[in-house]
Write a protein of this length. Structure first.
Length: 504
């Protein structure tokens, strides 16, 4: 029986605890020595409501895990129960988790490909045996010495989902890597593991989570309601085919995803390897850097007059309160109708990372999914062109400080969404100056007190385009307005801080 977390205690009469490796919401993991076989093992103690009630199920699942004999799967040696809960004895892998490695930044592309390929092979093997992981995430991917990659917790997640380890109405897993059907409480098949592997691959290549948010509920809402993120927003050098493969892997429709994790890994490998071998071809893709232009700090021969700062003529507090109320109501429906009341982080990776709370999101968290900005360094944009003076006999065009939204009853949200997409494409093509008027028109297309998410995207993209076009002082009020809309504010704050810094 385990008396404390200190070394020297013994589990199940044979596993002498050496030290604690980590802890999570579902379990605590210890490094121990098997005193009979004289080998080091990882011992996972699961936090269960009733040890006797779940021991039999975990014993069956441990047998399944032990039957999955694969070089990329952490072997399960033993399982039992004592007065304090269920104990599972597993292979100890010397090294670190992928989660720990990613805290230092993204993996080198070929190393990421190798790790993804090994995890995919493990999942394909498990799926052929009828086992679905349900909790694939960086904390369950172990990077061992000598480039060994192993997937942990196969079978355990499935058993936990069916026991008192998960409270009624909750979901087992980590929201950033969970498929929409899993969050909604629908039936989960191998496609959910494919989705999770795509999310892990996105993070391995970019160093950023595919889905981020201040809370698990915010992340879950993004997964269910927004399209997959584009890898090129977090990794601008990503080959387009790789971005497309990950977007397909994270498609909200399970049938649209790759047929297996292995197929996803092969698509990624072909796309990334081709991109690495032919970097020059990337210059023709939308995410490539623009042709060299004068740097913003290099003054032109005749500096053009700066247009008046973009202003917002509406009272901000009124629309902010209405948008907040409606967004809160929508989230309330999701919380009641779905099963995302609470999300249980998987248990105890070897570095204790399995139950780490969601990190503060960055600009890549989809603040402009369907057109979001990137927090990565951008090439220095060219100076803003001088506004054209209208001919005296012609009606004057809309000035730069036209209100950001149309008067009551005016506007076409569908046109605004299309203009937003067009403006975002111009930003991604390295043409923020051309994107500004398009996005200004997009913002103006939405009616008073709209709750259309494309209005939020348009505001964010307009602020981003203004900053990249060398007009950060105009970007600030736009982003401040966007900040009043209650979703994905961390990404907006990051962009706003960049604008304020550029404006100094």
């Amino acid at each position: 029986m385990l008396v404390s977390a200190l070394g020297g205690d013994t589990l199940l009469g044979r596993y002498r605890v050496l030290r604690r490796l980590g802890a999570g919401g579902m379990a605590t993991v210890f490094l121990a020595e098997d005193e009979r076989l004289r080998r080091q093992v990882a011992v996972k103690r699961l936090h269960a409501d009733s040890a006797e009630a779940v021991a039999r199920r975990f014993e069956r699942e441990a047998r399944v895990g032990a039957s999955l004999n694969h070089p990329n799967i952490v072997a399960v040696y033993d399982t039992d129960t004592d007065a304090e809960g269920v104990v599972i004895v597993m292979e100890y892998v010397e090294g670190e988790t992928l989660a720990a490695a990613l805290r230092r930044g993204p993996l080198e592309p070929r190393r990421a490909l190798a790790a993804i390929g090994d995890v995919a092979a493990a999942l394909d093997h498990a799926h052929r045996a009828g086992v679905i992981h349900r909790d694939v995430k960086p904390a369950n991917v172990l990077l061992g010495d000598g480039d060994v990659v192993k997937l942990a917790d196969l079978g355990i997640a499935q058993a936990a989902e069916q026991t008192h380890l998960t409270a009624t109405g909750t979901v087992l897993g980590t929201a950033s890597y969970m498929a929409p059907e899993q969050l909604e409480g629908s039936g989960v098949g191998p496609e959910a593991d494919t989705y999770a592997l795509a999310a892990v691959a996105y993070e391995a290549f970019s160093g950023r989570r595919a889905r981020e948010g201040a809370t698990p509920v915010a992340i879950a809402h993004s997964v269910i309601s927004e399209p997959p993120p584009d890898l090129r927003r977090a990794w601008p050098a990503a080959p387009p085919a790789a971005a497309q493969a990950l977007a397909r892997g994270m498609d909200r429709n399970p049938a649209a995803r790759q047929r297996s994790p292995g197929e996803l890994a092969r698509e990624l490998s072909e796309a990334v390897e081709s991109g690495l071998l032919a970097p020059a071809a990337a210059s023709t893709e939308p995410m490539a850097a623009p042709e060299p232009e004068p740097r913003r700090h290099a003054p032109p021969a005749a500096p053009p007059p700066r247009p008046a700062p973009t202003t917002i003529h509406r009272a901000r507090t009124g629309r902010g309160r209405i948008f907040a109320a409606r967004a809160a109501a929508a989230l309330g429906v999701i919380l009641v109708g779905a099963v995302i009341v609470a999300l249980v982080a998987g248990g105890g990776g070897q570095d204790g990372d399995a139950a780490a709370p969601a990190e503060e999101p960055t600009a890549n968290d989809g603040a402009a999914s369907s057109g979001g900005g990137s927090g990565t360094a951008e090439p220095a944009p060219a100076p803003a062109p001088a506004p054209e003076e209208p001919a005296p006999e012609e009606p004057a065009p809309e000035p730069a400080d036209t209100p950001l939204a149309a008067p009551d009853g005016v506007g076409d949200p569908a046109e605004g969404a299309a203009l937003n997409d067009e403006g975002k494409a111009l930003i991604d093509d390295g043409r923020p100056e051309e994107a500004v008027p398009v996005l200004q028109e997009a913002v103006q297309s939405f009616p008073e007190d709209t709750t259309d998410v494309n209005y939020a995207y348009s505001l964010f993209n307009l602020g981003n385009a203004l900053r990249l076009a060398g007009r950060p002082d105009e970007a600030i009020p736009v982003l401040e307005r966007r900040l009043e809309i209650p979703n994905q504010r961390s990404a907006v704050r990051e962009e706003l801080e960049l604008a304020r810094t550029d404006a100094e």
